[in-house]
Ligand binder design. Sequence first.
Ligand code: RNT
Ligand code: ZN
Length: 413
Amino acid sequence: MNYQEAREEYKAIGVDTEKAISTLEKLPISIHCWQADDVTGFEKGAGKLTGGIQATGNYPGKARNAEELMADFKKACSLIPGKKRLNLHASYLITDRKCDRNTIEERDFSAWVSFAKENGLGLDFNPTFFSHPMVKDNLTLSSPDDDVRSFWIEHAKACRRISAYFAKELDTYSVCNLWIPDGYKDTPADRLSPRLRLKDSLDKIYDGKLNGVIDCLESKVFGIGLESFTVGSSEFYMGYAASHKDIYLLLDAGHYHPMEYISDKISALLCTFDKIPLHVTRPVRWDSDHVVRLDDEIKEIAKEIVRNDAIEKVLIGLDYFDASINRIAAWVIGTRNMQKALLIALLEPSEKMRRLQDESDFTALFAISEGIKDLPWQAVWNEFLTRQGLDAGLGWYNEVMDYEKNILSKRND
Ligand code: RNT
Ligand code: ZN
């Protein structure tokens, strides 16, 4: 089916495909830098990934330095339609200076700012509380050791300043997301003290609003080696965020119990928060960070964003790291799937469906919600790609394979 025919079909149910396309064009997706190198980063001696997370697989061609990562990211972006942002981790600093996590500065990220300017990207940021010797016994901001806690408080504060620098330089907000691995392998004797120490650390970190920075806290349910207790649980951070102005809760789709979905949490948080940052990922049995598929939950997340008029409030970031497939393909497929889900949501007659719910006409609602699955959203997607200068179909894949052959396969670790 061609686009004009699809447009007519949607018009018949009261949906304007042109409006959907123009909304999708402007909707930014924050793409995570860490898919390119399995969360390794550029620090001297970087290697083993710790903190209860794991990238599995050894597909050849991972980025070994900033130059390679930037080239890979540009390649991926050339195959991804729409508006993009770049999500960095503190461990991806680019500097010759001798510094540690507690002494990083804006200048250690100036190369990223130039890159972002050249490529029209906003930058988001994450302090890195893992893969470092100052993570003692899997603890950072909740450690009983004052030196450990102070070190990581200084790190988080430095990261907030760097985030503010990104916002100022690039004239757009910068999400500064804090996630710590802290927890215990076995049932702890004391759950409260670590949480009170974390609270105290956060109070020291968030000692004033910084222009352009969207501060948020990412909760988790468990990590590898930390199966019994996580200090920064959902309730802990929700309470903290709710009682502190300008601090938000970030929802990672992999950080809840297997039958618990973040799609349902979006509307709940919209009642009290004006922003909801996301880490969209795909958990398979656990927080496995598989590449996002166009599955039911991603579609549901997108519907919740679109139906609730929350496009400006929900800040979509991706967070997955599959080392078993071509990493550029992983970026392209996962980001496009997020965008496809958003398009499918934008093509719903949501006003009408809401009305049917209020009128208790559940038969009509069911008929429509199932019926729209037969409508040709793919034709609208293809039109969107064409307008973005991209081909429909698997042309992108051939380009990635050429890049693998000519560039990635020449990288020998
Ligand atoms: C870990 C969190 C966290 C990381 C990234 C690398 O479980 O999801 O967001 O994945 O910061
Ligand atoms: Zn995450």
